[in-house]
Design a protein around this ligand. Structure first.
Ligand SMILES: [Zn+2]
Length: 168
């Protein structure tokens, strides 16, 4: 059976926790669900998968879109419709890691966004202060901590608390 998310030819059965329904997944989709998910053309398959007539496939597409947490993935989720029961199934299998990263105003931050620092931040260990108003382009989201992002300031990659940034 081919991958039920992306259609790749080689796929293996995976149970969709916390239920026991089984979905066939390729290695890439399975790795994505295990947390190794970065934005890329592979995931355009989710545009269709989220509308699958099979609830288990919708559940996986939903979890991947949430994990991707990019502007386009948020758009897909905004228009998607999941039956309430399917939605609670999808959310039951997700952990804290999928809490969205939000800036100081509560706006959701995505991988690759640009932000501005809203206060001077001393950078521990690097011996400099990142100044208020500094623009940080192409941020990364720290996966297991919704309160932290990473970005490059003065040529150094630093961890920044989301409460001290504003999306630009
Ligand atoms: Zn796949």
């Amino acid at each position: 059976m081919s991958c039920q998310l992306c259609g790749a030819a080689e796929a293996w059965d995976h149970a969709v926790a916390p239920r026991e329904d089984v979905v066939a997944l390729c290695a890439t989709c399975a790795a994505g669900l295990a947390g190794e998910v970065t934005d890329g053309p592979h995931w355009t398959c989710l545009n269709e998968a989220i509308w699958s007539p099979e609830p288990a496939v919708q559940v996986l597409a939903y979890r991947l879109l949430r994990a991707l947490n990019t502007a386009w993935a948020t758009d897909v989720l905004d228009i998607a419709y999941l039956e309430p029961e399917v939605l609670s199934w999808a959310e039951a299998g997700m952990d804290e890691a999928s809490t969205p990263h939000r800036d100081s105003n509560g706006a959701i931050l995505a991988q690759g966004d640009s932000v501005v620092l809203i206060k001077d931040l001393p950078v521990k260990g690097a011996g400099f202060t990142a100044k208020r108003g500094t623009a940080v382009r192409n941020i990364s989201l720290v996966p297991d901590n919704a309160g932290q992002i990473e970005g490059r300031v003065d040529g150094q990659r630093i961890v920044i608390l989301t409460q001290f940034v504003r999306k630009s």
